[in-house]
Write a new protein. Structure first.
Length: 85
């Protein structure tokens, strides 16, 4: 199954918010997902397990880093991969 997730990461109290965002985008680039970076959010599309693992890894990584943040995730229903969104 293929899942699409759109997420918005908002660093709170960061001295350089862009640094935190760039760090997460580098993390996303290490996974086997299609990525679409927009001004306010990022969308990823890939195997359902990969997408969920990525979301968990992002959340855990920023928690370990001691960041204060908001992390919004929206999920589209999974598809067989043969269907168009």
């Amino acid at each position: 199954m293929i899942t699409t997730a759109q997420f918005t990461y908002i660093p709170l109290k960061a001295t350089d918010p862009r640094e935190s965002i760039d760090f997460l985008l580098e993390l996303v680039a290490q996974h086997d997902v299609e990525v679409d970076v927009n001004y306010l959010s990022t969308s990823v599309r890939g195997e359902t397990e990969v997408v969920f693992d990525l979301i968990r890894e992002m959340y855990d990584t920023m928690t370990i880093e001691g960041e204060k943040f908001r992390f919004h995730v929206e999920l589209l229903n999974p598809t067989s991969g043969e269907e168009e969104n």
